[in-house]
Design a protein around this ligand. Structure first.
Ligand SMILES: *[C@@H]1O[C@H](CO)[C@@H](O)[C@H](O)[C@H]1NC(C)=O
Ligand SMILES: *[C@@H]1O[C@H](CO)[C@@H](O)[C@H](O)[C@H]1NC(C)=O
Ligand SMILES: *[C@@H]1O[C@H](CO)[C@@H](O)[C@H](O)[C@H]1NC(C)=O
Length: 718
């Protein structure tokens, strides 16, 4: 087939190249050839493995806006400068269109002036409800006054207005993932001596029912986020001494004359942010105004007032909070959406991306993977000739973009249609919250013709640590250059070996592939963005935040020859098999998740190994559509369940996994020895199998599928 179409391919590629030539696109190639690769970081002193961003040698930058020292000042600055411009948009929710599709109406906008007005009133109302200013200098000790507002709600404009309102009165916030269960809410209310909470109207009944377990909670403010007009929500009467009010009523009651602004100090706590660690009780990272402000330097010079950004990741995740606050600092517009309704598959009449046409989108790896698989599924449904055309287009454009030009013919024939999936105006994509698969990165950037960069950071570093130089760096698999507020160093891990059996040392000058590096080792970071530590957990804090101000990330990295950081391994997530060999399960999950048989939306792949096993196994969420297409191609006529249980499918998927294993050159002990299929039982934050940030909770997954898991494990023991 593809041989017969080869002449067509040659003709298309030639025409495309011809158009590129006569439209002077070769200038881009020449420019790219003549521009030397910039050095993206420089050493501090003589230690090559201890570096800062080239621009910030001797001058770390701790705020995007000169002279601004707190988030309250930042909000005041933005509202003054961009007052009449749109700050926030929200689509009217009209209820379900069908079981899996939600219906939406028009977008309503709030200007910066309106946001300022509402937030100052909200802050004043908090004060009249009995909340008080936080200590000027935050500590990790248990709070003794009602100086914290809890927010237990999905991402929506009210979330951000409430946070800015709290800051105007020096009140800090604590975030509770909206997807976490009741006990997580009760714990954080009690830990923080919380007096007031912002939540969804649908959560009020649950909170009222648990008041006995939360003696400090006196004020419940509810939003109508994702509640359709006319939808009935049960709102029981509140007992004496407890107030339940709608968000709008609470704002309108704000008396800004009686309760004037109490500006926070740089060292005042801004957020107690609970991390979605993969094991044990969540840790609350105490993050000050100074910390968040320093993190906003991540967008230095990237965003302008003409940008709009799609906001859909949980705001209880530091990555989204920093992205939104950074956007406000640049005067950009925040377009709020529900993550399940970004595209037409979940929304009627159109997806949020199509409606808002954002220019910037940040996402976690899973989201990009879902978008990639969505596009691929569409392509897979086309005729063989069309598929061939699209694949040719992808190959050609990927190569062209690496060389510095674009593919005008293929853009018109193929890519224009794809661009609509993300609205058509997207100019920049940023991925964070975990390592991004390089195939996915190349695919998204080629498909939409946009630069796509990775950011790397943790809750403890307030999301920021490194970010890829999107203007000049189109490589996949790069964590990026240090952000303007940090210094980063690599610390030797003599006890951990790479795939070739050599330890990671800060003095290394070659990596595992033989490429030149400036040291390898555990990534340590220091700077104004590094949080104070874990709330009420002095011992856990001491383990990771040292006395000299360095935070130890637990990730193993290397500085590439251009000074960019690459994350190559994990200290914590290495699992020792029976033979004493380590496997990196997260990396394996990312690799095997590439297989077309895997359903990323349902949670992907869960790899497992332990000290009793010789080789690892995996539970695999099957993509039913792909499986049935595969069956058809192979002449198997049966229903899904029969196909799922067939030896043929098992062998085909195993073969595909082997291909991925080889392709990613994983270690020989990282080869799967057995797999088991899951279908119709997705892993979600609601059932605890994913964290709210969409990271796999391995323990919950294996408990959920206990029987099948144990049977599969047996095959991993020789
Ligand atoms: C935003 O767009 C307007 C109108 O196109 C333009 O005049 C202005 O310079 C732009 N602002 C920035 C910061 O690019
Ligand atoms: C930024 O903060 C660091 C400490 O975290 C400090 O050493 C540095 O001087 C600050 N930079 C500026 C420009 O204030
Ligand atoms: C890995 O597989 C992808 C396709 O899934 C392919 O484009 C790429 O070239 C392969 N990489 C290697 C190193 O074989």
């Amino acid at each position: 087939m593809s041989l017969a179409l080869l002449p067509l391919k040659i003709i298309l590629v030639s025409i495309d190249l011809f158009i590129a030539l006569i439209t002077f696109q070769w200038i881009g190639v020449v420019k790219k050839l003549l521009t030397p690769t910039p050095m993206r970081s420089v050493p501090v002193g003589n230690d090559e493995s201890h570096r800062v961003n080239t621009k910030n040698k001797g001058n770390l930058k701790n705020s995007t806006v000169e002279g601004v020292t707190t988030l309250h000042e930042l909000a005041q600055f933005a509202c003054k400068k961009y007052g009449h411009r749109n700050a926030m948009g929200l689509r009217e929710y009209l209820g379900p269109h069908s079981p899996k599709v939600q219906k939406f109406g028009e977008v309503s906008w709030r200007t910066y002036d309106q946001v300022k007005d509402a937030s100052l009133k909200f802050g004043a109302s908090l004060r009249s409800a009995g909340l008080v200013a936080s200590p000027e200098k935050a500590t990790l000790d248990k709070l003794t006054t009602p100086c914290t507002l809890a927010i237990f709600e999905n991402t929506c404009p009210e979330w951000m207005i409430a946070a800015l309102g709290a800051y105007s009165q020096s009140i800090s916030i604590t975030t509770v993932y909206a997807t976490l269960g009741t006990n997580a809410v009760i714990d954080s209310i009690n830990d923080g001596k919380i007096r007031a909470i912002v939540c969804n109207k649908k959560s009020v009944k649950m909170l009222l029912g648990k008041l006995g377990d939360m003696p400090t909670l006196k004020v419940i403010v509810y939003t109508n986020n994702m509640i359709a007009p006319g939808e009935k929500v049960d709102l029981p009467a509140a007992p004496k001494g407890v107030t339940v009010l709608s968000f709008d009523d609470f704002v309108n009651a704000g008396d800004t004359k009686a309760f004037t602004i109490v500006p926070p100090k740089p060292d005042t706590a801004a957020v107690i942010m609970y991390t979605s660690g993969s094991t044990g009780k969540p840790k609350g990272v105490v993050v000050t105004h100074r910390n968040v402000l320093a993190s906003t330097t991540i967008v230095d010079g990237v965003m302008t007032e003409n940008d709009s950004i799609i906001c859909y990741l949980p705001l209880a995740h530091i990555f989204e909070l920093v992205a939104e606050i950074s956007s406000l600092s640049a005067g950009a517009c925040l377009c709020y959406a529900d993550p399940k309704t970004l595209t037409q598959t979940g929304a009627y009449p159109i997806g949020a991306l199509e409606q808002y046409k954002p220019t910037i989108m940040v996402g976690v790896p899973k989201i990009w993977d879902v978008i990639k698989k969505g596009v691929q599924a569409k392509i897979g449904g086309e005729s063989k000739v069309k598929q061939f055309l699209v694949n040719t287009a992808f190959e050609t454009r990927m190569m062209a973009r690496k060389l510095g030009y674009d593919t005008p013919l293929f853009n018109a024939l193929v890519f224009k249609k794809f661009a609509k999936v993300v609205g058509g105006r997207l100019r920049l994509a940023i991925s964070g919250g975990g390592p991004l698969n390089s195939d996915v990165q190349d695919f998204i950037s080629t498909c939409f013709g946009i630069p796509m960069g990775q950011g790397y950071g943790l809750t403890e570093t307030c999301a920021a640590l490194t970010i890829q130089d999107i203007a000049t760096d189109d490589r996949a698999g790069i964590a990026g250059m240090p952000v303007p507020c940090v210094e980063v160093k690599l610390v030797s891990c003599p006890e951990i070996n790479d795939k070739l059996g050599f330890p990671y040392l800060s003095t290394d000058r070659k990596d595992v592939k033989g490429d030149a590096v400036f040291g390898r080792g555990e990534v340590w970071v220091k700077g104004a963005n590094v949080g104070l530590g874990y709330y009420m957990m002095p011992d856990a804090t001491k383990k990771e935040f040292d006395e000299d101000g360095w935070f130890h990330t637990g990730d193993i990295g290397q500085f590439a020859s251009d000074g960019s950081l690459q994350i190559v391994d994990r200290k914590k997530n290495l699992i020792k098999l029976k033979g004493g060999e380590y496997i990196a399960v997260e990396n394996m999950e990312m690799t095997y998740g590439n297989s077309r048989f895997v359903d990323a939306v349902a949670g992907g792949v869960c790899c497992y190994g332990d000290g009793d096993m010789d080789r690892p196994i995996a539970l695999v969420q099957l993509n039913q559509i792909v499986v049935m297409n595969w069956a058809k191609e192979n002449g198997i006529v049966d229903d899904f369940n029969a196909v799922k249980n067939s030896k043929e499918l098992y062998d085909a998927v195993m073969k595909d996994m082997e291909r991925e294993h080889k392709n990613a050159s994983l270690g020989h002990n990282e080869k799967l020895i057995a797999i088991a299929f899951i279908s119709d039982d997705p892993w979600t934050p609601e059932n605890g199998c994913l964290t709210a940030a969409n990271k796999l909770q391995r323990r919950a997954v294996v408990e959920k599928h206990d029987k099948i898991f144990k049977e599969t494990c047996k095959k991993g023991i020789f």
